[in-house]
Design a protein around this ligand. Structure first.
Ligand code: NJP
Length: 245
């Protein structure tokens, strides 16, 4: 159990059934905050809720596909009924398909844009009214790929450049009204790469993710950012794996 925070925050995390989103849910609930954890798959959300039993804060779960505006609206309705407000949104749901541009599948490019860009926009558009009321906080999950372009993941990099641009757009237009953070992790040891359908690339990249950061380390950065209220705003934080490779 973490130490109780100064104020219990209402925090919605998308893509929380696994990896970074799940770690954020447990870390932020451990610090005493109230979490709504969403993803499409119910079973891992149930397991997360079990794991969160006994933490200082609490984790509620609700299925949500961020590409579906009605599904997102359902979560917003839940938050306004149960919480009557929202302090922090972490639009974390994101996917990557690695492939050279020449052999890439169009449906995989489109899926990355749908989840990583449109899904983030669906989440933000639906939550902005509540966040503006609470003078809240957006913690976008960017990537090193928001600042650099790597071979075999060019369109993923394009989606993360878009996420960073969305953050900067929010910061520009909501200055003094919202706090905006972009977390830019390098490789994190999650199932993220397992989605890649190019068998050779999946096998080649998996070891780099295996020795990547623990998702809890990114979650600690998210906690640092959301608990910075009143002290300063963590606008962009790059978190790199250490020198193990
Ligand atoms: O990946 P993973 P990470 N609607 O696969 C969900 C970024 N990132 O934790 O819906 C709603 O463990 C999916 O659940 P489900 C990355 O770009 C990562 O590593 O049930 N949710 C699961 O909960 C992403 O933005 C690394 O399939 C949807 C979650 O998303 C974020 O970190 C490095 C969904 C994915 O969990 C979390 O990725 C980096 C949908 N339509 C940035 N589709 C890294 N791992 O190295 C999927 O720089 N989800």
């Amino acid at each position: 159990m973490g130490k109780p925070s100064m104020k219990q925050l209402n925090i919605w995390i998308t893509g929380a059934s696994s990896g970074i989103g799940k770690a954020c849910a447990l870390t932020l609930a451990g610090a005493g905050h109230r979490i709504l954890a969403s993803a499409r798959s119910q079973a891992p959300l149930d397991a997360l809720a079990d794991e969160a039993q006994g933490l200082t804060g609490n984790v509620s779960t609700l299925p949500c596909d961020v590409t579906d505006v009605e599904s997102v609206a359902h979560c917003v309705q839940w938050m306004s009924e149960h919480w009557r407000g929202l302090d922090v949104v972490i639009p974390n749901a994101g996917i990557g398909y690695f492939d050279p541009l020449e052999s890439a599948k169009l449906q995989e490019w489109r899926a990355m844009v749908d989840v990583n860009v449109a899904g983030v926009l669906n989440t933000l558009h639906a939550t902005l009214p509540m966040l503006l009321t609470s003078k809240g906080h957006v913690v976008n999950i960017g990537s090193l790929a928001a600042r650099q372009v790597f071979p075999n993941s060019g369109i993923y990099c394009a989606t993360k450049h878009a996420v960073l641009a969305i953050s900067e757009s929010l910061r520009t237009e909501f200055k003094g009204r919202l706090a905006i953070t972009t977390l830019n992790p390098g490789a994190v040891n999650t199932p993220f790469i397992d989605r890649t359908t190019n068998d050779d690339l999946r096998a080649n990249y998996r070891p780099q993710f295996d020795v990547g950061m623990a998702p809890e380390y990114v979650a600690e950065a998210a906690l640092f950012a959301v608990e910075s209220r009143g002290k300063g705003i963590v606008s962009e934080l790059t978190i790199r794996p250490d020198t193990r490779y």
